[in-house]
Design a protein around this ligand. Structure first.
Ligand code: ZN
Length: 137
């Protein structure tokens, strides 16, 4: 785990958030994608170490919707580290007693991902993405 892949920011509306990231900060936006199984729409802005994922809840019951309701404003949602052999890393973390939201990798917007529970992340939601599954962006 040596590389930050992106940070995730929860926003009520991607459409309302994009002018700041694109117009003000000057980051390039990728396509907006729906992730129905996570009840979010996402868009990646920026590249390399500036890569940022904006997450907008699709329905009120989603985890991101509850997160936004609790915080009351857009804010940092998770950090994502790129790893080699994600399935092996999850096995290793499980053996160390880390609480995993995803025990096996699942398909995310940019590749195979898994989330660690914030209870095991010192209060921070941590996502891992398998380097070998990255789409090349
Ligand atoms: Zn993410």
């Amino acid at each position: 785990m040596r590389e930050l892949h992106h940070v995730g920011v929860a926003v009520p509306s991607i459409e309302e958030a994009l002018p700041f990231y694109v117009g003000t900060l000057g980051l390039a936006a990728g396509p907006v994608r729906d992730l129905p199984d996570q009840a979010v729409r996402v868009v990646f802005v920026g590249e390399g170490a500036a890569r940022t994922e904006l997450l907008e809840p699709i329905d009120d019951a989603s985890g991101v919707a509850r997160f936004l309701a609790q915080r009351g404003r857009p804010t940092l949602h998770h950090v994502c580290f790129a790893v080699n052999d994600l399935a092996g890393v999850l096995d290793d973390l499980a053996a160390k007693g880390v609480e995993l939201i995803d025990r096996v990798p699942r398909r995310g917007a940019e590749g195979m991902v898994a989330f660690l529970h914030p209870r095991s992340g010192d209060g921070v939601l941590i996502e891992l993405i398998d380097r070998a599954s990255l789409s090349g962006r």
